[in-house]
Design a protein around this ligand. Structure first.
Ligand SMILES: [Zn+2]
Length: 475
């Protein structure tokens, strides 16, 4: 059974290969005509010539001299001009372009284009599949298909075969020919084209522990994300090796007061603004840490708008040893605003509860204010793969730092929410190659939290608690 399937795949694969060729084209009364016999041959169609009736049969179509109608099985198709014969040759059959090509498209079920400049015919099954790319990362691979429009896609995974069925797509199978060669996780790629759909089977190697299909670009980009096995174990051992080589002294601390400028952050109780509270706390924390001998850098020390992605990059450029992003939590709805209170310290990690994800989305909204970007608020599964390296190396230390922060805040004026620490996809932590935590200091929408965070006393105490945790962490 398997063998039959494979032979079938080869047969169809050959048929689905792209063709292009030159045609003999003549202009008559301003209309381009192609030699029908020539065209039929080059498209590898069966032809029958009924000379007396003046009819040329090409595949399932009949073309009659002097007629603009082509008969196709049970329908008729109207050409832009009549089929002509040239007096010099009785057997010549000239078909008007480009309308005749539409008939061949129906016969062959694939796009056929005519380029008048080069008098070339392109028969490209690749019209809707623009590219196939493989991106290899240390921790996995991403196979990316770019399509002309969204298609209905189904996937089936029966180890070791991962099957991707795309309805209505016609492909050029040669586009997949070197995919397996380039990949370290796919041993073979079998594209099977039929009239309704294309089935692309990826035969997956043992080193893969999970596959996920990600749609981007409103479905026009498909990413098959392959996660490599044993990666975490390897990364964990390398991170513990790094720890073993003597824990790095914390010298430079990067403080990141969230939002700023045109982005006020959350606006809460009594119209307090998140961007003002976190800047005030950040400045106080800076002087406290400097008193203790740390070098402190700030992503902003005034009311300034800074793109999310720039913040961790600044931290890395400064050679930071610790990144702390300061924020205030917020919630919608009057009743919930009375109830939701407390601090939470977040590290960057996939997963997290729905509430955590919602908080991350809200904090990621600043991206919508960045002029050149569309509002992308979530980290995609493919991006998580790419991030894994950073996560594996720093998640442990970040979690440790979050632990010290919870300990230092516990029992203070702002209450602990559940465990006080959690994880989610905060964009501002992406690319910080150092232990990194995002602090939701308290709920700006809660009367007590907001009032406390807005006072000089509250801000000083918060800064004091943050400094204490950092000192403990750096010991
Ligand atoms: Zn914020």
């Amino acid at each position: 059974m398997l063998r039959i399937l494979f032979i079938l795949a080869i047969g169809i694969a050959v048929q689905a290969t792209a063709q292009d060729f030159n045609l003999q084209v003549e202009k008559m009364n301003g209309i381009a005509y192609a030699d029908g016999v020539d065209l039929g041959k080059k498209l590898k169609m069966n032809m029958t010539w009924q000379s007396e009736a003046g009819i040329l049969q090409i595949g399932n179509s009949s073309w009659a001299l002097g007629s603009a109608w082509v008969n196709l099985k049970d329908t008729s198709f109207l050409l832009q001009a009549v089929v002509k014969s040239k007096i010099t040759s009785k057997q010549s059959f000239w078909l008007p372009l480009p309308s005749s090509l539409r008939v061949f498209e129906k016969l062959l079920n694939r796009p056929i284009e005519y380029d008048s400049a080069s008098a070339k015919i392109y028969s490209k099954p690749t019209k809707d599949l623009w590219s196939v790319n493989l991106d290899s990362k240390e921790n996995g691979e991403v196979v990316e298909l770019k399509l002309s429009k969204p298609f209905v896609v189904e996937t089936f995974y029966t180890k070791p075969n991962y099957l991707l069925r795309i309805n209505g797509l016609v492909i050029d199978s040669t586009m997949f020919s070197d995919l397996a060669k380039k990949s370290s996780m796919i041993s073979r790629v079998i594209p099977i084209q039929d009239k309704q759909s294309v089935q692309i089977t990826l035969v997956i190697k043992d080193n893969c522990e999970g596959i996920e299909l990600v749609k981007k670009d409103e479905g026009k980009t498909l990413q098959v994300v392959l996660r490599k096995k044993h990666y975490e174990t390897k990364a964990a051992s390398s991170s513990s090796a790094a720890q073993g080589s003597g824990s790095k002294k914390i010298k430079t601390i990067v403080l990141d007061p969230g939002h700023g400028g045109k982005d006020p952050g959350a606006i809460g109780y009594n119209s307090y603004k998140e961007k003002e509270i976190v800047l005030a706390v950040g400045l106080k924390l800076k002087s406290k840490l400097e008193e203790k001998g740390f070098t402190v850098k700030m992503t902003r020390d005034s009311d300034e708008f800074i793109e999310l992605a720039k913040r961790p990059k600044m931290a890395s450029d400064w050679g930071g040893d610790l990144f702390l992003s300061l924020h205030c939590n917020a919630i919608e709805g009057k009743e919930r605003q009375q109830r939701a209170e407390g601090f939470t310290f977040y590290i960057l990690r996939a997963g997290g509860s729905e509430e955590d994800k919602a908080i991350a989305r809200r904090e990621n909204q600043a991206i919508a204010l960045e002029s050149d970007k569309k509002g992308k608020m979530e980290i995609s599964p493919a991006e998580w793969i790419i991030l894994d390296n950073q996560l594996a190396l720093y998640a442990e230390k970040s979690a440790l730092l979050a632990g010290y922060l919870v300990e230092s805040f516990d029992g203070g004026s702002i209450r602990k929410v559940q465990k006080g620490a959690s994880q989610a996809g905060f964009m501002v932590l992406v690319g910080a190659y150092m232990p990194a935590v995002l602090a939701e200091l308290g709920f700006i929408t809660h009367p007590n939290d907001a009032t406390y965070m807005s006072t000089e006393k509250g801000q000083n105490e918060i800064a004091e608690n943050l400094a204490k945790a950092i000192v403990n962490f750096s010991k």
